[in-house]
Design a protein around this ligand. Structure first.
Ligand SMILES: Cc1cc2nc3c(=O)[nH]c(=O)nc-3n(C[C@H](O)[C@H](O)[C@H](O)COP(=O)(O)OP(=O)(O)OC[C@H]3O[C@@H](n4cnc5c(N)ncnc54)[C@H](O)[C@@H]3O)c2cc1C
Length: 187
């Protein structure tokens, strides 16, 4: 095991398996079906990560709205300006929309129905929405967005992860193109 120091507060390690023998009685399900079982578990993880991004998104929007109402520049709160409040409203709409797809994926998963498409799309929409909300929140805070005491810069870094892990955005596009739209597999 090799720890990987990284930009977010996430214990991350690279694992190596050499000549590992696993007793036959440890077999789960049918031999050769492991990758399919794994994918089923990954759908739940995608819905879970979508929920995490949506939580991040609401956090950024709440913090941006609060700061925009409290910060006074030229004798008035910055949130009085449409140039400040509209991006926050837009980010909120995007998070709400992602949340609908998240609940759609979870409802299908709970009903034991296939949910790969919805779980992937929910993760894509939520990661994008949380990143948009993060940018808006940082911008709303101006210079203080970079000050560690506000936690914005930390959350900003953390939520960026979800466009890469646990599945990168391109791989979601690839899944949708191939499995939903019938386009040829690109790799
Ligand atoms: C903090 C952190 C924690 C993690 N935790 C876990 C964990 O707990 N468990 C785990 O299994 N993994 C974990 N990962 C790994 C993570 O799942 C992968 O980093 C992620 O899936 C991307 O794979 P990769 O790094 O191999 O990128 P690569 O596959 O090397 O891709 C690099 C870039 O090229 C693009 N790309 C690659 N192939 C194609 C293609 N065919 N078409 C178009 N674009 C392509 C990708 O979209 C990406 O932008 C973690 C990663 C991080 C950063």
């Amino acid at each position: 095991m090799r720890p990987i120091a990284n930009m977010v507060n996430h214990e991350t390690n690279e694992l190596f398996f050499d000549n590992l023998e696993i007793p036959a009685e440890n077999l789960i399900g049918d031999e050769g079906q492991g990758f399919r079982y794994l994918l089923d578990g990954l759908n739940a993880e995608r819905a879970l990560i979508a929920a995490e991004c949506i939580g991040d998104g609401y956090w950024f929007i709440e913090r941006a709205s609060r700061y925009a109402s409290e910060r006074i520049v030229f004798d008035r709160p910055i949130g009085l300006n449409q140039g400040v409040q509209f991006p926050i409203a837009e980010a909120f709409i995007e998070v709400e929309a992602a949340n609908l797809m998240r609940f759609r994926a979870c409802a299908l998963f709970d009903a034991r129905q296939p949910c790969g498409a919805q779980a992937n799309m929910a993760k894509y929409l939520a990661a994008k929405a949380s990143w948009q909300a993060a940018n808006v929140c940082l911008q709303t805070h101006g210079g203080f967005g970079f000050a560690s005491e506000y936690d914005i810069e930390r959350k900003f870094r953390e939520t960026r992860l979800y466009q890469v892990a646990p599945i990168s955005t391109n791989l979601i596009f690839s899944y949708v193109a191939e499995h939903l739209l019938g386009l040829p597999r690109s790799f």
